[in-house]
Design a protein around this ligand. Structure first.
Ligand SMILES: Cc1ncc(COP(=O)(O)O)c(C=O)c1O
Length: 387
């Protein structure tokens, strides 16, 4: 099946002579077994709410097919999906290699939390090649973590090269695949052991719940993830699993439109005198562009713009003039967003030396002319504030 078909066909109920099109929400903590034999048999399937209901299984099935993995487990947020996927493979005395462009809370989990338990983390240049990673590997390196592209600075990572170096040193490659929605990039086919998504973004797609997905390439890897989540007592509500599956039905259509609107906005912004340069993997100037062309089939709606330096008052006027772009964390919903971000605060292996502010845009599904009009309004307000 091609991805568009998987998104429509998988995770649906097939078990009754007549059944609803979609898997319904099954809210449950307790399951009752009619007999003792059923209880013994039951241990192999659905037993207790925290271990997943048929609603969770349906979402897992669809994500596994989309990511091209062996099995998917769910987490209550994207952050916990990233953290559990690391935690599953480390113990006191181990070492983690993490991209310098990782989402800051994932970075903090390693820098602060894992450190308390004797796990050390080294950050690497997101543009590292196989030799660079090999040189940073230690005998105790258990996880190499990638996020491609980085969600603030958009460097695209060479996953096959990083996988080769990680595997040569006996480590797992875990990839945060949120930007591609699992649709434009398949980290497992590129050599990753685990592909993680903040389903909160494109899978859910409507900015109304949080969830994470962890897809493993093989059974032993998946077992480790399962036990990590089990021991953490992790749970996703059946309602949220249902919302994520519901979101996935329209993932391909939405992503193609996010891509189209983002491309238009990038062209529009690149021509503005207030903009220094654009950060978008489909641009030749974006670090890792050639890798993006080789490994991705498209680009989603999230991109950045490095602005020319402006006083804070002008920046405030720009943001306050928006009628459509929301000032908000997160992305991946149907709505357009813009956020002033500070990559220089989240780096240690590399430096971010741009003088001007960085704006991160999410191109939503609105009409492109209305979005351009909103930006024109914001630039006019900025110009007025500079007079
Ligand atoms: C790249 C990336 N990974 C992970 C996360 C964490 O997702 P959540 O907010 O669902 O915990 C985010 C959230 O912004 C993100 O941008």
């Amino acid at each position: 099946m091609k991805d568009k078909t998987k998104l429509a066909a998988l995770g649906r109920p097939h078990h009754r002579p007549a059944h609803p099109v979609n898997t319904p929400v099954e809210r449950a903590s307790t399951y009752l077994f009619p007999t003792y034999d059923d209880y013994l048999e039951g241990a192999k399937s659905i037993t207790y709410g925290r271990l997943g209901t048929p609603t969770h299984r349906a979402l897992e099935e669809a994500v596994t097919a989309l990511e091209g993995g062996f099995e998917t487990r769910l987490a209550p947020s994207g952050l916990q999906a990233c953290n559990a996927a690391i935690l599953a493979f480390v113990a006191a005395g181990d070492h983690v290699l993490m991209t310098d462009a990782a989402y800051d809370p994932t970075r903090k989990f390693c820098e602060k939390f894992l450190k308390r338990f004797g796990v050390e983390t080294t950050f690497y240049d997101p543009l590292a090649n196989e030799e660079d990673i090999a040189a940073l590997m230690r005998p105790n390196t258990k996880v190499v973590f990638a996020e491609s592209p980085g969600s603030l600075t958009f460097e695209v990572q060479d996953l096959p090269a990083i996988a080769a170096a990680a595997h040569a040193g006996g480590a797992k490659l875990v990839v945060d695949n949120t930007w591609s929605g699992g649709y434009f990039c398949k980290p497992i086919a590129l050599g990753a052991d685990v592909s993680v998504q903040a389903a909160t973004k494109y899978l859910v797609g409507h900015a109304d719940c949080l969830a994470g997905t962890i897809t493993s390439a093989d059974e032993p890897t998946s077992q480790k993830i399962y036990y990590a989540l089990l021991q953490l007592g992790s749970n996703v509500s059946a309602d949220d699993a249902w919302l994520a599956l519901r979101g996935m039905r329209t993932l391909s259509t939405r992503l193609e439109r996010h891509q189209e609107n983002a491309e238009e906005l990038v062209k529009f912004l690149a021509k503005r005198k207030e903009v220094e340069r654009m950060l978008h993997p489909a641009l030749k100037s974006c670090p890792g562009h050639a890798v993006w062309k080789r490994d991705f089939t498209g680009a989603s709606g999230l991109f950045g713009a490095v602005m020319k330096p402006v006083p804070l008052a002008a920046m405030k006027a720009f943001f306050n003039a928006f009628k459509l772009f929301g000032i908000g964390f997160s992305w991946g919903g149907f709505e357009s967003l813009c956020l002033h971000v500070h990559p220089q605060n989240y780096r240690s292996a590399t430096e971010w030396n741009e003088e001007g502010p960085v704006l991160r845009f999410h191109a939503g599904l609105e009409d492109i002319d209305d979005l351009k009009g909103d930006l024109e309004r914001a630039f006019a307000a900025m110009a007025a504030a500079l007079k």
